[in-house]
Write a protein that binds this ligand. Structure first.
Ligand SMILES: [Zn+2]
Length: 277
């Protein structure tokens, strides 16, 4: 037989029930996935269009083709953590010097250098490592094959950009892929061939969807589309295998492919300081 409840008892009962439910929900629901966002940083000053037939093909393709190459770095926010992907040229008197450093650009996003937990390098070339030392407290993520080159003073006479990690800074040398934040949202992909330890980056955004940053797997649309191999790559067969894997990932994940050195791909992301989300 139902017991009639007074109005205050009913209210109390409902409140207690809600409190119990809230506790149960808190206990069962995992932490909300961290918000991930991505922006391009200008990490060098454009030079006149490059005649890419000279060095960017080992099969005499692109004869006379001129392409506007650019220098790109990227910042990825993952909750409160920050990854900087590639570090461009250093600020210097050279014509390729960026006008603003990465820390200056990050300042416009209210990110301090100390907040940068990881610096990821696609590879060891000078237009990708130039400003790494501006983040001495970050963990350096780099393919083992390229770290072997960078940490060898004979192979790399100018070790200034990686000096913090030669003197005790935390470096993680990668032999495979690396799920940076452990939730699959930002993955460094093993894509050797341009250099022994070359890497590309997958960023999975909630709104924009999946984005693939090439590193120097390809330098411009024409060599990406035709599986072209620059004559200065360290391993032709590895390059072709990496391009094949990269294209399959792009297809399966319906990813936006961004060729870091190709000016035509800048507009695939919102213009800095806006971030893709
Ligand atoms: Zn490059």
């Amino acid at each position: 037989m139902p017991i009639p409840l007074t109005s205050s008892a009913r209210t109390l009962g409902a409140a207690t029930l809600l409190a119990v439910m809230a506790t149960a929900v808190e206990a069962q629901t995992p932490a909300a996935p961290a918000a991930v966002s991505l922006a391009r940083l200008e990490c060098g000053t454009n030079q006149p269009p490059t005649d890419v037939g000279l060095r960017f093909s080992d099969t005499y393709a692109y004869n006379g083709l001129k392409v506007q190459l650019v220098y790109s770095c990227y910042v990825i926010r993952h909750g409160d953590d920050v990854l900087v992907w590639d570090t461009g040229f250093p600020k210097s008197s050279a014509p390729t010097s960026p006008r603003q450093t990465i820390p200056e650009l990050l300042g416009q996003l209210d990110i301090s250098p100390a907040q940068v937990k990881y610096v990821g390098l696609s590879h060891s070339h000078g237009d990708h490592i130039g400003q790494a030392s501006l983040f001495p407290t970050a963990t350096l993520l780099v393919g083992k094959g390229d770290w072997d080159v960078l940490s060898d003073a004979k192979a790399t006479p100018n070790q200034a950009p990686i000096a913090p990690w030669l003197s005790g800074g935390k470096v993680e040398t990668l032999t495979g892929d690396k799920d940076v934040f452990g939730d699959g949202s930002v993955v460094i992909l093993n894509m050797p061939g341009h250099t022994p330890g070359h890497r590309s980056l997958l960023v999975r955004l909630k709104g924009m969807g999946n984005v693939l940053l090439t590193g120097d797997l390809a330098h411009f649309h024409e060599n990406y589309d035709s599986n072209g191999v620059p004559s200065f790559n360290t391993d032709r067969a590895a390059t072709l295998a990496s391009i094949d894997r990269f294209k399959q990932i792009a297809k399966n994940l319906k990813a936006t492919v961004i060729i870091q050195h190709d000016q035509r791909d800048i507009a695939k992301l919102p213009l800095f300081p806006q971030m893709a989300r």
